[in-house]
Design a protein around this ligand. Structure first.
Ligand SMILES: [Zn+2]
Length: 75
């Protein structure tokens, strides 16, 4: 299974997806998975990725493949 996905017309890896969600660089990212939800903004498909923005923090983030909507478990 490829780890690359298309988000808003652009190919992303787990790491670049995490960086889109975080709007900053991240240290580590787990493989991308499918979130069990549709985008609340446009109804599009939502991807999920776990990542470490720093050594002491683990965040699970979601990002719509079709629009700017993104969320994390910090929200
Ligand atoms: Zn959306």
């Amino acid at each position: 299974m490829s780890e690359n996905r298309v988000v808003q017309g652009r190919m992303v890896t787990a790491r670049t997806l995490a960086e889109l969600i975080e709007d900053d660089s991240v240290m580590e990212a787990e493989p991308i998975s499918e979130a069990e939800m549709d985008c609340p903004k446009c109804g599009g498909n939502v991807l999920e990725v776990g990542y470490m923005p720093s050594v002491t923090e683990f965040v699970t983030g979601q990002k719509c493949q079709d629009c700017d909507w993104a969320a994390t478990d910090r929200d």
